[in-house]
Design a binder for this molecule. Structure first.
Ligand code: NAD
Length: 498
């Protein structure tokens, strides 16, 4: 039984609040440890530590800061397998999928090694007589990240790497459901040479989150999680005068045009709909075939594939997906399947009764497939976050385009077609932040930015890519004049470039 405390000031410290939560192993339902839930005072101690360490780190030249990231990459490589295993045991995803989770995080760390370049300001020589203008990007000070359970390596790294390479000190409040990997990441950063206090992990629940939102020394908060919590954090954080960006839930559609390669489309839907048990914010949860013939062909091809999905424990490398994260998540997802049946959708593959032999207490269900889902149904409107795919039949391309465009969420979307014109029109008109053309999970690569639209994102800037450096820095612009440009006498009129 592991006792997970916090990581503050470069050390593992025990929790003192007297409150803790069980860390479960979703594949068999056993309790594998306890994680401390921080009090306001513990959060304050972490912030004090971070605040004291930050000026020294900000004064370290950016190339030296980047070297810590390089060393970190090395250290992760050395324990990739054990880290992935730990991740899979706490989350429930399969080990190969857990490796992908880590890898997508490392790609952002690699990008942030370019911080010296990304932090460069601009310079205008001779903006006026003897006048030069230049800008610089400076760190904000102490900044925080609050992250979800579903990518316990990738999303913390998307926040930590740009924040610290820009010279900030960082407080991470990871999900209390799978805190093991974030804690190990912090230890590895210290081993890589990060000064103590620059990266702190404070475990906890709402109390810890509220302590972040109320702390005047925390200047920015990056959140990823469900939309109701994203809205709460965005409004409370902004009201407290912080810079806040919040990424929320999703309902990602895949439009299938009549000319799409059906084999490729079905492969893509199976992977993107059911991988990680559908617990991805970029999972495809709605398939929209255009035309009745396309729909019939698609459903006919999907049924045997969904029926033969291999569900297994996280440690089975041949499993397509593992258990859901908790019993509550399993009950919620099954509840949505019951609801879909009540609403009149046609459940053509029913995975609700799946039992994993030898792992009866794990949180498993099989893949479910609904046909004839309509936009007025709650199973269409709401995020299910499980291995459930809904087919919504559209008569025309315009009808199909309308669905993701008018949906409350706007995280990701894809179109499968061989028609370049249709793909181009779709990419330009659809009201969704990330678009795939024959790519089912269009998570942008590290040097572009990641972010949805509408109810999937609150705040102006995206995560990773150049936006991450904009979010975690403030710009200062300096206008300087040297004696050769100074005119005699006071000037009372606003200076212009005339
Ligand atoms: P969640 O909203 O339950 O939790 C996210 C974080 O908020 C956790 O750290 C949690 O401790 C904290 N939290 C939970 N309840 C809180 C409360 N009442 N007050 C304050 N803080 C609270 O989300 P989750 O279940 O961990 O993750 C799944 C959700 O995240 C899905 O909706 C998924 O779509 C979304 N997600 C979005 C993105 C994206 O980039 N848009 C990426 C990954 C996951």
């Amino acid at each position: 039984m592991r006792d997970i405390g916090h990581f503050i000031g470069g050390k593992n410290v025990a929790g003192t609040s007297g409150r803790s939560a069980d860390v479960l192993m979703p594949m068999d339902g056993t309790v594998q440890g306890k994680v401390a839930l921080a009090s306001k005072e513990e959060m304050r101690a972490a912030v004090e530590n971070a605040k004291a360490a930050q000026p020294g780190w900000a004064a370290t030249n950016p190339q030296r800061r980047a070297r810590v990231l390089m060393k970190f990459l090395d250290l992760v490589q050395q324990e990739y397998d054990s880290l992935a295993e730990l991740l899979a045991r706490e989350h429930g995803k399969t080990v190969p999928d857990a490796k992908g989770d880590i890898q997508r995080g490392l790609e952002v760390v690699e990008f942030c090694i370019g911080a010296p370049h990304l932090l460069k300001g601009e310079f205008t020589d001779g903006a006026g007589p003897g006048i030069d203008v230049y800008s610089m990007r400076q760190p904000l000070g102490v900044v925080a990240g609050i992250t979800p359970f579903n990518f316990p390596a990738m999303i913390p790294l998307w926040k930590i790497a740009p924040a610290i390479s820009a010279g900030n000190a960082f407080i991470l409040k990871p999900s209390e459901r799978d805190p093991g990997v974030p804690m190990r990441i912090a230890e590895l950063f210290i081993e890589a040479g990060l000064p103590e206090g620059i990266l702190n992990v404070v475990n906890g629940d709402k109390e810890a989150v509220d302590a972040i939102l109320d702390d005047p020394d925390i200047k920015a908060v990056g959140f990823v999680g469900s939309t109701p919590i994203a809205e709460y954090i965005y409004s409370r954080g902004c009201a407290a005068g912080k810079r806040v960006q919040c990424f929320g839930g999703a309902k990602n559609h895949m439009i299938i045009m009549p000319d799409a390669d059906m084999e490729q489309t079905v492969d893509a839907l199976i992977g993107a709909g059911y991988g990680s048990a559908g617990e991805r914010c970029m999972a495809i949860s709605v398939a929209v075939p255009v035309g009745q013939q396309t729909a019939d062909r698609l459903v006919e091809a999907l049924i045997p594939r969904v029926e033969s999905l291999k569900v297994g424990p996280s440690t089975d490398p041949s499993a397509d997906f593992g258990p859901l994260v908790t019993q509550q998540a399993l009950d919620r997802v099954k509840g949505y399947v019951d609801l879909g049946v009540e609403e009149g959708a046609q459940l053509v593959v029913d995975g609700r009764d799946f039992k994993m032999q030898g792992y009866e207490n794990g949180y498993y269900m099989g893949g479910c497939l609904f046909d004839n889902v309509t936009p007025d149904m709650r199973i269409y409107k709401e995020e299910i976050f499980g291995p459930v795919l809904s087919v919504v039949r559209a008569d025309t391309y315009e009808d199909a385009l309308k669905l993701p465009t008018e949906h409350e969420y706007g995280n990701g979307v894809a179109i499968f077609t061989r028609d370049g014109d249709a793909a181009r029109d779709f990419a330009s008109r659809v009201q969704v932040g990330m678009v795939g053309v024959n790519v089912p999970i269009p998570v942008p690569i590290a040097y572009y930015t990641f972010g949805g639209w509408k109810g999937s994102s609150f705040g102006d800037l995206n995560q990773h890519g150049p936006d991450a450096f904009r979010f975690y820095t403030k710009t200062k612009t300096i206008t300087s004049r040297w004696p050769s440009g100074v005119k005699e006498g006071a000037e009372f009129v606003i200076p212009t470039m005339n």
